[in-house]
Write a protein that binds this ligand. Sequence first.
Ligand code: LIP
Length: 258
Amino acid sequence: MSPREICAAIQTAEWDAAKLMRQPHDILAESKTDHRDLVTQYDRAVQELLMERLSAALPGARFFCEENDRHDDLQAEHLFIIDPIDGTMNFVRRLNHSAISVAYTRFGRVEAAAVYNPYVDEMFSAVRGEGAFLNGKPIHVDPAPLGETVICFGSAPYNPELTERTFELARRSYLTGLDVRRQGSAALDLCSVAAGRAGAYFELSISLWDYAAGALIVSEAGGQVTRVDGSPLPWTGAKTSVLAAEAGKAAEFLEMAK
Ligand code: LIP
């Protein structure tokens, strides 16, 4: 299967899995690492359906997933990185802003990705070297200077030791840009940058499954995703900070963050 065919298979699986998320009843939330790090029966059901469909599409594929600790070798020939519901807190609080995020990697490099927001029926996708799309239409990062954009950020809620620094950067972002937004889904924040809706997105600690798909979509939309100090993202599965923006605005952000 080509990366383009795999991207199509990811999208079909996400559309199907999203049916599980619509009109949820009696959401049963459990805490994982702490009281803010939640998982529900819907996260598990979406992940299970995605794994079943993607294994059928690409037999023998490996998986690196947020739920049930399925962390296969990141250098595998065929691997899917899955966040079944990115923005679980929003899902539990019925804030209607969450996404299904899946990246496909080949020998440790993301080759295809899709992030689906079922609440507004928006499918963001990308295949390496072929551009980024929203519902099939090309998208591109905003070329405007940082001061003329809205800046998204994540509050790294599982890492309270980062709260001070996070909100200092958010304060500086507020003073620098038009406004700030903390929307609660890293994957959708990355896609907002890719679509030119937000000028930048930063978060001081997120997991690989939160950003793997969105990072390809941003880069294929003409942007870049690095750590928040400008250094390259790690490919180890460890948590990392992220900064997503078009190169000029990334440089402005790094200056602002000093
Ligand atoms: C969440 C991210 C969010 C971040 C949270 C968490 P989850 O993903 O999308 O931006 O602030 O720490 O990582 O846990 O809902 O899949």
